[in-house]
Write a protein that binds this ligand. Structure first.
Ligand code: HEM
Length: 328
């Protein structure tokens, strides 16, 4: 959505009425019940000896977090709705990933491969599903895949880095205590868990190109001239792995954030998984609460290992870029 009056109004509603911290504090009890549900689902799987598909569990929890926080209803109550929504979001991301040759010939308004037609079908399905909550559908698309993919990457990195997993468990045991669930309000007392979330977002920012910008005037940056009207993509993935800025950039080392003031709130340009400036992700405060409570619960309450037969060195760490960067 361009920076129009409608966009400004949406941002105002988000900042004042949906993501303001007093609002999130007031409805955190709704999300707590969903963390309990996640805990119960994973415990059930562990009791019957069934592998947990992190992506599916995290998606279901995020969807119910979102619907409870924004509409006080639970869209994931029926596993059919949750599954249907997951498939539609997947379809949208798939279309966003494909180049549309028509875009290279804008005057002809071509849709040679039918991308636009298929996208219209996906969006119509979402409208049908959310016929009473239409205005908020953008929030759902923006929130579910980004949050799910961050949880999935964090768990994969922790399985490959048992020392980090051990350290996180030690911290959680000490601060939360055995048998207790992680609360949203706890996460400020969990520096190692916070460091894991930052390190995951550094290595695997789910929206690696942020929202494209347009230069409003000719501008010179480090001897390059960006002409007026040019579309500018900012690559947060490359910034997060820049060897001039990060020591051993490809390694997962949450410790790098332990004695560092660096945050993800758009002030430190070396780490911008939520973007920055006036387009910064408005869902950041809710995302941080959801990520810490879900990840904290998964780490604190269960022992994790790979499914039977999968060796650690065979864990697939490839990335797949749709509009959101996912684990392959
Ligand atoms: C791990 C979680 C998330 C990440 C990493 C993330 C990342 C981003 C990024 C990079 C942008 C573009 C910012 C820019 O270009 O400067 C963005 C925009 C946006 N995000 Fe998020 N996001 C996450 C979760 C959420 C959640 C939970 C919501 C809503 C509940 C949300 C709603 C939005 C919306 C509506 C926009 C568009 C803002 C605009 O057009 O001005 N995001 N997000």
């Amino acid at each position: 959505m361009p920076a129009s009056t409608t966009w400004r109004n949406y941002r105002k509603i988000c900042n004042l009425h949906i993501f303001a911290s007093h609002r999130l504090d007031a409805n955190q009890y709704l999300r707590r019940t969903k963390v309990e549900q996640l805990f119960a689902d994973v415990r059930h799987s562990s009791r019957v000896g069934e592998a947990v598909e992190i992506r599916r569990a995290a998606f279901k929890t995020t969807l119910s977090f979102m619907s409870n926080t924004i509409f006080s209803i639970d869209l994931s109550d029926s596993s059919q709705t949750s599954e249907e929504f997951r498939e539609i979001v997947q379809g949208i991301l798939e279309e966003l990933r494909k180049p549309n040759f028509g875009d290279y010939f804008p005057i002809a308004n071509l849709d040679l491969q039918g991308n636009r037609r298929r996208m219209t079908i996906h969006l119509r399905k979402i409208m049908d599903l959310f016929d009473h909550v239409i205005d908020e559908r953008v929030l759902f698309i923006a929130a579910t895949e980004t949050t799910t993919s961050t949880i999935e990457w964090a768990m994969a990195e922790l399985l490959r880095n048992p020392q980090a997993l051990l350290e996180a468990r030690r911290e959680l045991k000490q601060i939360i205590g055995k048998g207790n669930l992680v609360e949203e309000s706890n996460f400020t007392c969990l520096p190692y868990l916070q460091a894991i979330v930052k390190e995951t977002l550094r290595l695997h920012p789910p929206a690696p190109f942020l929202i494209p910008r347009k230069a409003e005037a000719d501008i010179e940056v480090h001897n390059f001239v960006v002409p007026k009207g040019a579309q500018v993509f900012i690559n947060a993935w490359v910034i997060g792995r820049d060897p001039n800025f990060w020591e051993e950039p490809d390694l997962f080392r949450p410790e790098r954030f332990i004695r560092s003031e660096m945050d993800v709130k758009g002030n430190d340009f070396g780490l911008i998984p939520f973007g920055g400036g006036r387009r910064i992700c408005p869902g950041l405060p809710l995302a941080m609460r959801m990520l810490h409570s879900m990840l904290g619960t998964l780490i604190h309450s269960f022992d994790w290992e790979l499914e039977d037969g999968v060796a650690l060195e065979n864990l697939n760490m490839d990335e797949k870029f749709h509009f959101v960067l996912q684990k392959a």
